[in-house]
Design a protein around this ligand. Structure first.
Ligand code: CA
Ligand code: CA
Ligand code: CA
Ligand code: CA
Length: 291
């Protein structure tokens, strides 16, 4: 009987042992996607199949899990290698900017402030911004970060750069919390081109992050995220947003006039902290003992 109990505990604890590597692919340890694209891309349907360069952009699915003091996030799909931007807004605590201000830190050629005026769904007020972009030869991916304080100002900086499917270490920037990021651009499936219904389900390659919770103000509750693909100057919002825009939606264009309240559904998604699996194992043991 004792051996059986030990086995049961081991089985329950097993999923937590699986580790996540920052390589641009959402491995099984993430579990199911937390958000799936339902709209064709209006920003080019990538078909090259190369790990580094892509000739279109789409956000097929989001995988996210909070474990070991980190937020692991994979935005599966493609980011065209023409320096189009993947914008990621993170709501991890009270306050923030439901409507983007124009007096945020000047990072990435003042690209964050280029989006001033953009309004998120009412329930979403991000506190942090991450943006990645890529291109050149050899291919490099570049990452930027800023706080989004309720009153503007704060800290923002260039995190650094890395190659495709690199392991995620960013070099040449300022990255005090050790955020990791890289890209695998090889997806040639997912949604097709246009503005009609399509599904991004099943795509697991894209831009992957490991974000220490310290970089997000050490939140203990759910973390919500809104992500979209934007033009090279942070100046033309595509129709690739997660949570998905409704079917029939084309590119949104000028960022300052975008208001996600005008588009059906939540243009954000949330991830809750994983319950401590050892606690789960203990609960399982207790339940068995009570039999
Ligand atoms: Ca991975
Ligand atoms: Ca907030
Ligand atoms: Ca596609
Ligand atoms: Ca909405």
């Amino acid at each position: 009987m004792k051996r059986f109990l030990l086995m049961a505990a081991t089985l329950v604890a097993a999923p937590a042992m699986a580790s996540i590597g920052v390589d641009g692919t959402a491995e099984g340890a993430y579990g199911a996607a937390v958000s799936v694209q339902t709209l064709q891309t209006n920003f080019g349907d990538a078909n090259m199949g190369a790990v580094d360069y892509a000739n279109g952009s789409e956000l097929d699915a989001a995988y996210a899990v909070i474990k070991g003091g980190n937020l692991y996030l994979t935005l599966a799909g493609n980011l065209e290698s023409n320096f189009n931007k993947l914008e990621i807004f993170i709501d991890s605590h009270a306050g923030g900017q439901n409507q983007l201000r124009g007096d945020n830190p000047n990072v990435d050629f003042n690209g964050l402030n280029r989006m001033a005026g953009l309004t998120f769904d009412a329930a979403f007020s991000p506190d942090h911004w991450l943006s990645v972009t890529g291109g050149g030869g050899p291919y490099q991916m570049y990452a930027n970060y800023s706080e989004l304080l309720s009153g503007g100002g704060g800290n923002g900086y260039y995190l650094g750069q890395t190659g495709a499917a690199s392991g995620g270490v960013l070099g040449g920037g300022f990255n005090p919390n050790g955020i990791l990021a890289t890209i695998n651009n090889s997806n040639a499936g997912g949604v097709t081109g246009g503005t009609g219904p399509s599904s991004g389900a099943g795509v697991t390659t894209g831009v992957e992050f490991c974000i220490p919770l310290a970089a997000l103000g050490d939140p203990t509750g759910p973390i919500c995220i809104s992500a979209f693909v934007n033009g090279g100057g942070h100046d033309f919002v595509s129709n690739q947003v997660l949570g998905s825009l409704p079917n029939g939606t084309g590119n949104l264009g000028e960022p300052s006039t975008v208001n996600f309240n005008n588009h059906e559904g939540d243009q954000f998604f949330c991830v809750v902290p994983e319950p401590a699996s050892l606690v789960l194992a203990a609960v399982g043991l207790l339940a068995l003992r009570r039999r």
